[in-house]
Design a protein around this ligand. Structure first.
Ligand code: HPA
Length: 269
């Protein structure tokens, strides 16, 4: 595993003309941040040795290198979801490569349904903590010596970055929520009973990504900041039918707020 990661990193280093310490996963609601990256150069996933291969034809992603403001960044356009059939090693492979490339901080976004009755569609929720509800743990197996066998997770989302993001949001008059993100495998959205269970468990938002990447980033000593865009309501009595299209629409509408907060935070941290 480590050999493969290092092989991939060494291929990328051979192509890289910048030295980013900041990585961004352009999840739902953050896609447009890619257009703000300047002095860009890109590498398609299919050209990168050992990178997971996309399951959707013509839908392969790419790594985008360049500058966001004055910062060198590495952005992943397209992530690998467990529900697509990738195993956890594949889902988190890019994060381990990031560690080999010298990435120190990771910024992530996602779309999520909310179990919190004070949240609304289009809200941004700064992720303060998570619950891992995936059926397979990304660190299962031989420990890669990036970190300990039994990694601490007491501050999976960096408190300093959370505070900075809150003050940026206040300054720019963008309302933000804070809460716990629960990651589950999907691809079904939740039944009302499942939403209720997740609420009882302590979740404010529920989605199908992020948690594996964040666990592996923590193990690799990479600091994390994450935001969920609330795209549907999983609150008893308010649940209506939900489709991917509606999720996408709500995320697109919240995109400018999400992009602003991420851009400013990346620039100032
Ligand atoms: N549940 C799980 N994943 C999601 C949801 C949801 O309600 N909304 C967007 N992604």
């Amino acid at each position: 595993m480590l050999t493969k990661i290092q092989e991939t990193a060494s291929y990328l280093k051979g192509k890289m003309t910048t030295a980013p310490e900041t990585a961004i996963i352009l999840g739902t609601g953050l896609g447009s941040l890619a257009t703000e990256i300047t002095e860009k150069y890109e590498i398609k996933y299919e050209e990168i040795p050992n990178f997971p291969v996309s399951t959707v034809e013509g839908h392969s992603g790419k790594l985008i290198f360049g500058k966001l403001g004055n910062k060198d960044v590495l952005a992943m356009q397209g992530r690998f979801h467990y529900y697509e059939g990738y195993d956890m090693q594949a889902v988190t492979f890019p994060i381990r490569v990031m560690r080999e490339l010298g990435i120190k901080t990771l910024f992530v976004s996602n779309a999520a349904g909310t179990t919190n009755d004070t949240f609304e569609i289009g809200d941004l929720m700064i992720i303060t903590d998570h619950i891992n509800f995936f059926p397979e743990h990304p660190l299962r197996g031989k420990n890669i010596p990036y970190g300990p066998r039994f990694p601490d997770m007491s501050q999976a989302y960096d408190k300093g970055l959370i505070e900075k993001a809150k003050s940026i949001a206040a300054e720019l008059k963008i309302a933000v929520r804070e809460g716990v993100y629960l990651g589950t495998q999907g691809p079904t959205f939740e039944t009302p009973a499942e939403y209720k269970m997740f609420k009882v468990m302590g979740a404010d938002a529920v989605g199908m990504s992020t948690v594996p990447e964040v666990i592996v980033a923590n193990h690799a000593g990479i600091k994390v900041f994450g935001v969920s865009v609330i795209t549907d309501i999983g609150v008893e009595g308010k649940i209506v039918e939900v489709s991917h299209l509606e999720v996408q629409k709500a995320a697109d509408e919240a995109q400018p707020k999400m992009t602003t907060i991420m851009r400013e935070l990346i620039n100032r941290s």
